[in-house]
Write a protein that binds this ligand. Structure first.
Ligand SMILES: [Zn+2]
Length: 67
């Protein structure tokens, strides 16, 4: 199990278990927030800080643009 810890102040720290339902990212193209599956993202490698993921709409658009 992995979890994130956020220190709010000296007395309060929030600990949240990471699941496939509570990890979000924002599309760098349109800013849409969506759930990602970390297992899928890192199955082929990649790193947590520099990986960007486009939403399905923008992915579809960029595939069309490339053709
Ligand atoms: Zn998008």
């Amino acid at each position: 199990m992995f979890y994130v810890k956020t220190k709010i102040n000296e007395e309060t720290t929030i600990t949240t278990e990471i699941t496939e339902e509570n990890v979000f990212t924002k599309c760098p193209e349109c800013g849409k927030e969506f759930v990602i599956d970390l297992y899928d993202v890192f199955a082929d490698g990649g790193d947590l800080c520099s990986t960007v993921i486009y939403c399905s709409d923008c992915s579809a658009k960029s595939i069309k643009t490339k053709k």
